[in-house]
Design a protein around this ligand. Structure first.
Ligand code: HEM
Length: 119
């Protein structure tokens, strides 16, 4: 698949909607919701959207904190990481993101696991 991942995710508007659906999935996930109790959801949504926009080679610059710094002290387990990935897959299915694009995004995020797990 040679299409731009950013295009396949529906550009900024599509990514913003996808992140909204993703956050609703997280909110219903008892395996990880405890990590998000004191989070500013509006900021979280904006930062996730910028981050995925930049990672998918869209015209955005992520303005949030570096990944290891954000997740430091959360002691996120591999199981919790996998739970979050499942929630993202569910959100991508709901938003009808093509499977090829799903897999490209998941590959990018999987490669970042050392920046968020067991910190
Ligand atoms: C590759 C995987 C992940 C990526 C790319 C990612 C990305 C991000 C981004 C971009 C932010 C916003 C940072 C900011 O506000 O400056 C964030 C915040 C956060 N992430 Fe992750 N994350 C990942 C995995 C996880 C996992 C597995 C958990 C927990 C199960 C988690 C929990 C959180 C929490 C609780 C915040 C909010 C921190 C705060 O506002 O104080 N993240 N993440």
């Amino acid at each position: 698949d040679k299409g731009s991942l950013y295009q396949e995710l529906g550009e900024y508007e599509g990514i913003s909607k996808l992140m909204e659906t993703f956050i609703l999935e997280i909110a219903e996930d008892d395996r990880i919701i405890h990590h998000f109790e004191n989070v500013d959801i509006d900021r979280f949504h904006k930062m996730l959207t910028e981050h995925i926009c930049e990672l998918s080679a869209g015209p955005c610059e992520y303005t949030g904190k570096p990944m290891p710094e954000v997740h430091l002290g959360m002691n996120i387990t591999r199981a919790e990481f996998n739970a979050l990935v499942e929630d993202l897959i569910q959100a991508m299915e709901s938003e009808q993101i093509p499977v090829s694009a799903q897999n490209r995004l998941l590959a990018i995020l999987a490669a970042m696991h050392k920046e968020v797990i067991h910190l």
